[in-house]
Write a protein that binds this ligand. Structure first.
Ligand code: CO
Length: 186
């Protein structure tokens, strides 16, 4: 009979809880309300600025985007970005976590064949402020050049890099050697 009454009490707890009059058994766990899946922020670039723990944002960028960081030490936060083949387009959000101005420690993200990276950067060396030659056909996509505290993004069609062999890199003069990574379509 005790079991029966316990089950009965548990079954009506939800109903009575609202009235505050339920003498529910203490061992009956409150049925957790399934956490509503909060809508994933789709504008990661702007959203990231208000998020202190920026490293955790990377995993929240979504399947077809990646949050890449750069700093005053001339570094990207990763050497490879996986690009799902299921994505029609892919976005790289770049954040400069440093404080140096764009003229001294500028960073961008340029997408091109790994084999073309050096020539793309060389041809853009004198082109301010973006350091990419106007109409460079080797460039699949490019972001703006940013300085410390700034963010930007670049979006490209995944089909354009599907054959493989593409890198992302910074074309600020002298940065290519340290600031480059692979794009792996999988
Ligand atoms: Co750079």
């Amino acid at each position: 009979m005790k079991l029966r009454s316990t089950l009965l009490a548990a079954s009506i707890t939800l109903t009575l809880a609202a009235c505050g009059g339920a003498d529910a058994p203490s061992e009956a766990p409150a049925t957790p309300v399934a956490p509503a899946e909060t809508a994933a922020p789709e504008t990661a670039a702007t959203e990231a600025e208000a998020t202190p723990a920026s490293e955790t944002v990377a995993s929240e960028a979504g399947e077809c985007a990646f949050n890449l960081e750069s700093n005053d030490a001339m570094q990207y936060s990763t050497k490879n970005i996986d690009v799902p083949a299921s994505c029609a387009q892919f976005t790289i959000n770049l954040k400069h976590t440093g404080s140096m101005p764009v003229a001294a420690m500028g960073h961008n993200v340029v997408i091109a064949k790994a084999a073309d990276a050096a020539a793309v950067a060389a041809d853009g060396a004198a082109v301010k402020p973006d350091h990419v030659k106007e109409g460079d056909a080797r460039v699949i996509a490019k972001s703006n050049m940013i300085g410390g505290g700034e963010s930007t993004s670049v979006t490209f069609e995944v089909a354009k890099i599907a054959e493989g062999g593409y890198n992302f890199f910074c074309t600020f003069p002298g940065h290519l050697a340290m600031m480059n990574g692979t794009l792996t379509v999988k």
